[in-house]
Design a protein around this ligand. Sequence first.
Ligand SMILES: Nc1ncnc2c1ncn2[C@@H]1O[C@H](COP(=O)(O)OP(=O)(O)OP(=O)(O)O)[C@@H](O)[C@H]1O
Ligand SMILES: [Mg+2]
Length: 225
Amino acid sequence: MRMIKAEGITKSFGSLMVLKGIDLQVNKGEIVSIVGASGAGKTTLLQIIGTLDKADTGTVFINNENLSILNDSRLSDFRNKNIGFVFQFHQLLPEFTALENVIIPALIGKTKESQAKSRAKELLDMLGLSERLEHKPNELSGGEKQRVAVARALINNPAVILADEPSGSLDTENKEELHQLFFKLRDTLGQTFIIVTHDEHLASITDRTIHMRDGLIVGTQPLAV
Ligand SMILES: Nc1ncnc2c1ncn2[C@@H]1O[C@H](COP(=O)(O)OP(=O)(O)OP(=O)(O)O)[C@@H](O)[C@H]1O
Ligand SMILES: [Mg+2]
């Protein structure tokens, strides 16, 4: 089943054309990696798919919903319910505990606090963090912080998790553990992922790798979906 479809995406910053016509489809339960040199447009594309930025032309569909025609308030609601983000730096709120950080998107989505907390505990438990619920970000290791960020991304059962160099600031061991976690979430929850990465090993084990250069997709491996 197709989960995401982007068609004819272009984007310029001033006179600089950063995306020159991107077409991309991702199926439910697929883990797709996007690779390419610095400046190729990977983050810009991910932000557009994630509705954090707008394309100049083209359309993005997620779950058959045409995001290009939603107004800002419908778009933020859609984003909250359907898209989970994991960034290179965890972007957890420093004043809040792990548990509190994870429930924030659920509270924004008007889930009852008791319900959000029990779901968050389930997720943090699944990610091996049941002993860290009350820790603040500066009391967590780098790998733990990234797993809290993954739990936060999962809390509203999103259609897709968009990850921008999620293991970019982790050491080898934590990196490997985070990558395994993505596959476990796919296998147990059917979670769909698009992951921008410079990590060749991760790219080599994803279901599909999209190569970008100068604002274009220049190759896909394997070719057939
Ligand atoms: N807000 C912006 N204003 C102006 N130029 C921008 C802006 N955001 C990105 N760019 C430019 O767009 C191009 C693509 O940037 P993007 O961040 O998408 O690259 P990337 O492939 O993610 O690179 P990296 O691997 O270094 O993260 C770059 O040349 C960048 O300088
Ligand atoms: Mg980038």
